[in-house]
Design a protein around this ligand. Structure first.
Ligand SMILES: C[S@@+](CC[C@H](N)C(=O)[O-])C[C@H]1O[C@@H](n2cnc3c(N)ncnc32)[C@H](O)[C@@H]1O
Length: 273
C-alpha cells in the first residue's frame, strides 16, 4: 500500500511544532486539555494516568514512544514512573523541541529523542524495550501488520504495547468528512475489530480495548474554541489558509467523534514470549 497523499511527511504539523514553545500555543493547550503536558494529540493528563496503570513502568525499565511529537507525554511518563524513554518522530522541529523540554525539565539523562521515520524498520535490537507507546499516530503509518510486528520484535517477553487508534470507522462518513479528517498527510482508516486481529496475528495478547472517543470529541471542540478566541493572532502567525484548514479539521473531528462515526480506541497488549 503506497502513501497516496502528496504532503511532506507530517508537514501539517508545522504550525503547531514551529510555535510549540510560545505562550500563545501553550495557552491554547491549557484551554484545550486542561493541563498542558506538551501534547499534540487527543491525550489528556488524566487519560495518561489511566494508561500508566496498564504499562507497569518503574525505574530501570525502558519505554519507546513512537511518533512522540514534542515529547511532552513521554517526559511526563519518565517523570512519573522513573523509567527511561526513547522518543522517535519524523518531524525534526518536534524532536528538537522534545530534546529541549527534556533539558528544561532536568530529564535529559533518562530521555533521548531521535528524528526517525517510524514506517520502516526501527534502529533498535530485538527485545530492547519493556514498553512501547504510540499515541494518536498509528493512523499515519501504512502496512499496519508490518508496523505492529516490528513493535513486537522490539518488546521484551512480557513487555507491553499501548497505542491509540483515532481513525477507527464505526459509522457512516461522507467523502468530504474523510478528506478533511485526513488532511494531515497519510491516513489509514480501519474498521473496528481490525486492530485486535493484527495484534493477535503479531503474537501479542490483548489486555485492554477501550473506547476513548469522548476525549477526542471534547479536546477537538475545546481546541477549536480556544483557537477561535485567538483568531487574529493565529491568522497572523499561520496565515488565513492554514488557520481556516485547522479550524475545519478540528470541527469535523469533533463532529464525527461526537456522533460516534469515527472513533478512537486504546489497545494494550502483552508480548507473550
Ligand atoms: C497527532 S501527533 C501525536 C504526537 C504525540 N504522540 C503526542 O501525543 O503529542 C502525530 C505525530 O506523528 C508523527 N508522524 C507522522 N508520520 C510519522 C512517521 N512516518 N514517522 C514518525 N512519526 C510520524 C507526526 O510528526 C506527529 O508528531
Amino acid at each position: 500500500m503506497g502513501k497516496s497523499n502528496s504532503l511532506p511527511p507530517a508537514g501539517h504539523y508545522n504550525a503547531n511544532y514551529g510555535n510549540f514553545q510560545t505562550e500563545l500555543y501553550a495557552q491554547i493547550r491549557r484551554e484545550a486539555f486542561g493541563e498542558d503536558i506538551g501534547q499534540n494529540s487527543w491525550l489528556t493528563s488524566d487519560e495518561q494516568d489511566r494508561f500508566l496503570e496498564w504499562l507497569d513502568l518503574s525505574p530501570g525499565k525502558t519505554l519507546l514512544d513512537v511518533a512522540c511529537g514534542a515529547g511532552g507525554p513521554a517526559l511526563r511518563i519518565t517523570a512519573t514512573t522513573g523509567c527511561s524513554v526513547v522518543g522517535i518522530d519524523v518531524h525534526e522541529q518536534a524532536v528538537t523541541t522534545a530534546s529541549s523540554l527534556a533539558a528544561q525539565r532536568g530529564l535529559a539523562e533518562r530521555a533521548e529523542f531521535r528524528s526517525t521515520d517510524a514506517t520502516g524498520p526501527l534502529p533498535f535490537p530485538d527485545a530492547s524495550f519493556d514498553a512501547i507507546t504510540c499515541i494518536d499516530a498509528i493512523n499515519h503509518f501504512p502496512e499496519r501488520p508490518r508496523v505492529i510486528a516490528e513493535w513486537a520484535r522490539l518488546l521484551k517477553a512480557g513487555g507491553r504495547l499501548l497505542f491509540t487508534d483515532p481513525i477507527t470507522v464505526t459509522g457512516e462518513l461522507t467523502n468530504a468528512e474523510i478528506a478533511v479528517r485526513s488532511s494531515a498527510g497519510f491516513y489509514l482508516f480501519v474498521p473496528h475489530g481490525y486492530d485486535e486481529r493484527v495484534i493477535a496475528h503479531c503474537g501479542l495478547g490483548l489486555l485492554v480495548c477501550e473506547d476513548v472517543t469522548a476525549n477526542m470529541a471534547r479536546v477537538a471542540e475545546a481546541r477549536r474554541k480556544a483557537r477561535a478566541s485567538r483568531s487574529t493572532a493565529l491568522r497572523e502567525i499561520e496565515g488565513n489558509q492554514t488557520y481556516d484548514d485547522e479550524q475545519e479539521f478540528l470541527g469535523v473531528t469533533a463532529r464525527v467523534a461526537g456522533e460516534g462515526r469515527l472513533s478512537r480506541f486504546v489497545y494494550v497488549s502483552k508480548k507473550l514470549r
